[in-house]
Design a protein. Structure first.
Length: 404
């Protein structure tokens, strides 16, 4: 660490150092950190714990007309596990490394996904409070747990709670991803995550025999069909512009992630299962796709288990003239960013906000990054982080000043 480290960077690094990593995230320490930040900045704060040990921390920047619907800035506090031996730096030391052009990288799990965004909200609030400015609408920043494990004890119940309704949210900002090029991608819809297991049961017996009706014979046609779907979707993607990280939301992705079965080589397995991570594009009818998977299971005499079944994603059409969208775009243009709309290929908590009938946009103003969410050696570029603080300061002012 050098003497020249900006205080905003030190605070970001302190946040990254908190091990909110699954399967045992330290939410208590994280809550303590966020409340200390709120007190220092001068923000209102509240902790809602609908599920014990799963705190939602709500920070509040008060507006001059609290009767108007508020602005929500959401971020998740949890991060995905690491393969420690694959990292060049301790994933929870938030190591600051100087690079050739004098810039710095901050390494750590969650730097991109998505503690940087939470920190940017905090830094923007800090600037706004220090300036003494007050805007029309209330602005809330929610720091939610468990996004990386389907939000079942996080945003999902919180978005349906009275505490959430009481915030009277009119528009939401949520997770994007640092851009891999000069464009700034923003997301008004996303794919539906469908983790699904097919299990086959069949005849067993001696491994030297041609046993009929085996589990694997029932399962294989399902695997083949879904791998074919993968192939057709991939070639469709290639046709509509090639594989680029953020354009994948226009097709459905299929990955076979777990294969289980068998006890030893000379025993024909009585059961076998295949688990897929399927991300269904909003361009398909979700109910029809679920039905297709169920029929596929039935046709092949397999059981089907959806580990998690999302409600249909609402992509609330945001028109060019939507006053909040206008403000997002003008904030982008003021800060030299080129906004491009995309379907979020992964899943974010914005889906629950949309399901509650509130428009929400995922965005991340940092550009020219390597996308390292969930990868080894995740890092952000310090200058992009610092540059993004005035973007959020400006964005908050614009969104919170939208009249009625
Ligand atoms: C549906 S849970 C979402 C977890 C994570 N954000 C992902 O897209 O994989
Ligand atoms: Zn995330
Ligand atoms: Zn993630």
């Amino acid at each position: 660490m050098t003497i020249s480290e900006p205080a905003s960077v030190t605070r970001f690094r302190d946040y990254v150092k908190i091990e909110t990593v699954h399967p045992t995230p330290d939410y208590a320490k994280c809550t303590e950190f966020l409340i200390a930040q709120a007190e220092e900045i001068g923000l209102g704060h509240q902790v809602v714990e609908l599920v014990k040990g799963k705190p939602v921390v709500i920070l509040k920047l008060e507006g001059s007309d609290p009767s108007l619907p508020a602005i929500l800035l959401n971020s998740h506090t949890d991060v995905v596990p690491v393969y420690r031996e694959k990292w060049d730096y301790d994933p929870f030391a938030a190591t600051r490394v100087e690079v050739e052009n004098g810039d710095h990288r901050i390494y750590g799990r969650g730097t991109q996904d998505m503690k940087v965004t939470g920190s940017l909200y905090l830094e923007a609030f800090r600037q706004i409070k220090a300036s003494g400015k007050k805007f029309l609408r209330n602005v809330y920043s929610t720091f939610v747990p468990d996004e990386e494990i389907y939000s079942i004890e996080g945003m999902m119940p919180f978005s349906k709670s009275q505490e959430f309704k009481d915030l009277n949210i009119g528009f939401g900002i949520d997770e994007g991803g640092p851009s891999i090029n000069e464009n700034t991608y923003y997301f008004t819809s996303e794919r539906t995550t469908c983790p699904v297991t097919f299990t086959a049961h069949g005849n067993t017996g001696h491994g030297s025999q041609f046993i009929e009706g085996t589990a694997i014979e029932k399962l294989l046609p399902i695997i083949n069909e879904l791998m074919l779907l993968r192939e057709t979707q991939l070639s469709k993607l290639k046709k509509i512009g090639g594989i680029m990280l953020f354009n994948q939301g226009q097709v459905t992705s299929v990955n076979l992630t777990m294969l289980e079965g068998g006890k030893q080589p000379n025993v024909v397995p009585a059961t076998f299962s295949a688990t897929f991570d399927i991300r269904i594009t909003p361009l398909l009818d979700l109910a029809e796709f679920y039905k297709y998977l169920e029929d596929l299971a039935e046709k092949n005499e397999c059981d089907i288990e959806f580990h998690y079944r999302d409600e249909p994603n609402k992509s609330l059409k945001i028109t060019e003239t939507n006053p909040f969208m206008v403000e997002i775009k003008s904030a982008c243009s003021k800060h030299g960013l080129n906004p491009v709309e995309m379907v979020m290929p992964a899943a974010t908590d914005a889906r629950f906000v949309r399901q509650a009938g509130i428009q929400a946009v995922g965005i991340n103003p940092m550009i020219n990054h390597k996308l390292l969410a969930h990868d080894h050696n995740e890092y952000i570029i310090e200058s992009e982080y610092i540059k993004s603080i005035p973007f959020y300061t400006d964005l908050i002012e614009r969104l919170a000043s939208v009249p009625n």
